[in-house]
Design a protein around this ligand. Structure first.
Ligand code: SF4
Length: 270
């Protein structure tokens, strides 16, 4: 792992995501090294074009200096992080995310944190000081062996669910982000059943197969679920599958009275 300390121009930028006004990314790169990660487009903009995603992290050591509370509109939704995991292992040493949260505490914003790491429990006392803060955990696959291959350095799916349970117990708003959904592998009903007592909302996102991750995803399927390879090779054109899955999810959430949001952008899959 190549770790570099850098002085960044900013840690907060305008969001392109529907759920947030601003995004805060304390690091460039991500140690979790998920093979399906869509954020590796960042390599092009950050002088890492030739490196493998997951093999480098730039630490924005001057993050605090770049946050000017007066320039953050009140009541904005600030999401940590959109192209990195704010609680990747390096955060235990650098604490950049923690310091940024301390700075946001008096900014009258709504903070949302999305992670795959139980390291977030370290900051539980700080999180409890926020009004309207929400923490989401991404879990797309329950099988810990498969998860280890897909998301080699993230907390195990079981640890992530335990983390959500603990946060909920501490009075923090939680949501489960079932993402990415791996068709015929992700166990959606089981995930809903397991988490129904300790998440306030469930969000769903399909796997986004793009030219940059297609080879890695198909290799994973070939090695671990070879009977699904034909299905996955045609998945990006299989709109019917996603439409029908979407209907099933809506029905199940309604039946179980689960608050949900679906982010299926399969029409853009390539
Ligand atoms: S945790 Fe998120 S940002 Fe990090 S590699 Fe995985 S998908 Fe990408």
């Amino acid at each position: 792992m190549k770790v570099k300390e850098i002085n960044a121009k900013s840690v907060i930028t305008k969001s392109q995501l529907p759920e947030a006004d601003l995004v805060l990314n304390p690091y460039i790169g991500c140690q979790h090294a998920c093979i399906y990660c869509y954020a590796d487009f960042m390599k092009r903009f950050t002088n890492h074009s030739k490196e493998e995603w997951g093999s480098f992290v730039d630490v924005k050591v001057n993050a605090l200096e770049t946050i000017n509370p007066k320039k953050i509109p009140k009541r904005s939704v600030v999401l940590l992080g959109s192209v990195t995991d704010p609680y990747q292992p390096l955060e235990s040493r650098y604490q950049i995310t923690k310091k940024c949260l301390e700075r946001l505490l008096n900014c009258h914003v709504r903070v949302e944190i999305l992670t795959k790491s139980s390291l977030i429990l370290r900051d539980i006392d700080l999180l409890k000081k926020f009004k309207n803060l929400k923490v989401g955990m991404s879990v797309g696959i329950l099988d810990s062996g498969l998860s280890r291959k897909l998301e080699p350095c993230a907390s195990s799916p079981q640890q992530r669910l335990e983390t959500l349970k603990r946060l909920h117990k501490e009075g923090i708003n939680t949501y489960l982000f079932i993402s990415p959904i791996f068709p015929k592998i992700s166990k959606i009903s089981e995930l809903l059943e397991l988490t129904k007592d300790y998440v306030g909302e469930v969000m769903f996102e399909n796997i986004n197969i793009r030219p940059n991750n297609k080879r890695r995803i198909l290799k994973f399927i070939q090695e671990n679920k070879p009977s699904l390879i034909d299905f996955y090779e045609r998945l990006s054109k299989n709109q019917e599958y996603w439409d029908s899955l979407e209907k099933e999810i809506i029905q199940e959430c309604k039946d179980k009275r689960i608050k949900y949001k679906i982010f299926f952008h399969h029409r853009k899959n390539g």
